[in-house]
Write a protein that binds this ligand. Structure first.
Ligand code: NDP
Length: 399
């Protein structure tokens, strides 16, 4: 039996709390976030006597250490924002708590994410005998587990990877983001980047796109983006010749985004407004719907998977593995939408892997470095069934 602390009570925190509360491995759970009312609302909906709530500003590392020492959790699931990753990793080291997150660190003042900052904690976690699992949502997260599973069971070497992420849902809003708007818009407006023949190729944001077919959904225009799991997968699977990430956006979404950019509303540097310093993107976030609030009227599905090509017994073969998740079913079950659901469920499974000792090893790890089988085994039962398509032509066969 393990004690769990969840930090962050947004869309993903809600799903993590719901799913963790019904796992017999967790005896006590503390849901802590900046706005305690959000924690209390979630706890009320769940109605489990395992679950307590607390107010926590995780940017205050001393306060976090104090809370961890009082509650004495075995593991912390960080589903606050990427800005909090390093302070929470510091607090876990100090308090002797294992750590898991779903997004890599980003400094607030530069729109840039990379693993280097968190990988630097490896030796300190190792010496302390603690485990940190990085990027254990869906993408990053399940996409890395899918790739590790493919390598373990279907290939001698993997050469080509295309991660495809489709949201074919409709929330009825003119413009909204499916997870934290500030983080989401920073990610999408970045320069596009993919890996080919040992080099990172940069392209203007959203400049490469193509229709890609998604199961039960059909073809959707998909845009090449840089996504954080590419960095760790290329490092851990050195036979990769090319690795890319694609995400669908509607034309209306792209047009809104372009207008917001042209107006300067996606800027992250402070501007002076009548004597007050305002960060336009933070102001924009305050106007946009909270991701969690989209859930109630969301219909349609998400489909996220990996198209993989490589060699088995000297012969080239294709493998596609994916999950489709229905927004309205997620809402019925946990009161959240599918993007939050597909992130929160893997975070709970990752934490189960650590507390059961299966992924428990000293140091800092990305998911593809861990055994994928026990994780894959839990995905379906916890709500994310996955499907395989073996040796059929792939949409990426030619390019
Ligand atoms: P939300 O904005 O809905 O929730 C973030 C929560 O974190 C809010 O409750 C917020 O509190 C809280 N928070 C922010 N700052 C602090 C702080 N300093 N101390 C304590 N709590 C804080 O975001 P989501 O739930 O949509 O996303 C959560 C995380 O999941 C993000 O890091 C996101 O990047 C990641 N993610 C990962 C995905 C994956 O597949 N790997 C996919 C989608 C998201 P308050 O309410 O007071 O603002």
């Amino acid at each position: 039996m393990a004690r769990l602390i969840i930090v962050g009570a947004g869309g993903v925190g809600n799903v993590v709390a719901h799913k963790a509360a019904v796992q017999e491995e967790f005896s006590e759970i503390l849901l802590a976030s900046r706005t305690i009312e959000k924690c209390d609302r979630i706890a009320k909906r769940i109605g489990s006597n395992k679950l307590q709530t607390a107010a926590l500003d995780a940017d205050d590392v001393n306060n976090t250490i104090k809370l961890l020492k009082e509650f004495r959790p075995d593991i912390l699931i960080n589903v606050a924002l990427p800005y909090q990753d390093l302070v929470l990793m510091d607090a876990c080291l100090e308090a002797g708590v294992d750590y898991l997150d779903t997004a890599n660190y980003e400094p607030p003042d530069v729109a840039k994410f990379e693993y280097s900052w968190q990988w630097k904690y490896h030796d300190r976690y190792k010496e302390a005998g603690l485990t940190a699992i990085l990027g254990c949502g869906f993408d990053p997260g399940v996409t890395g587990v899918f790739t590790a599973y493919a390598l373990k069971h279907y290939f001698d070497e993997i050469n080509y990877l295309d991660i495809v992420d489709c949201n074919a849902g409709n929330h009825g809003q003119a413009f909204a983001t499916n997870f934290n708007p500030e983080i989401n818009i920073r990610e999408i407006t970045q320069v596009g980047r993919y890996y080919e023949n040992g080099k990172w190729i940069e392209v203007p944001p959203l400049s490469i796109h193509r229709p890609i077919p998604y199961p039960e959904i059909g073809e959707k225009e998909s845009y090449l983006l840089y996504h954080e799991e590419l960095e760790s997968l290329v490092k851990h699977i050195p036979t990769l010749k090319r690795a890319r990430f694609w995400m669908t956006f509607s034309q209306s979404y792209i047009t809104h985004l372009q207008v917001l950019e042209n107006l300067g509303l996606t800027r992250i540097d402070p501007v002076d407004y009548e004597g007050t310093q305002v960060v336009p993107l933070k102001f924009l976030k305050s106007l946009l719907p909270e991701p969690a609030s989209l859930a109630e009227n969301y219909t349609g599905q998400t489909s996220i998977g990996c198209h993989i090509r490589g060699l088995k017994n000297g012969k080239e073969s294709n493998y596609y593995v994916y999950n489709n998740c229905d927004h309205s079913k997620a809402y019925q079950e946990v009161g959240g939408q599918a993007i939050s659901y597909t992130t929160g469920v893997p975070a709970v499974i990752g934490a189960l892997m650590v507390v059961k000792g299966i992924w428990k090893q000293p140091g800092v790890f990305n998911v593809e470095q861990c055994d994928p089988d026990p994780f894959m085994k839990l995905l379906g039962p916890l709500g994310l069934p996955w499907h395989e398509v073996i040796d059929r032509p792939s949409p990426f066969e030619e390019n």
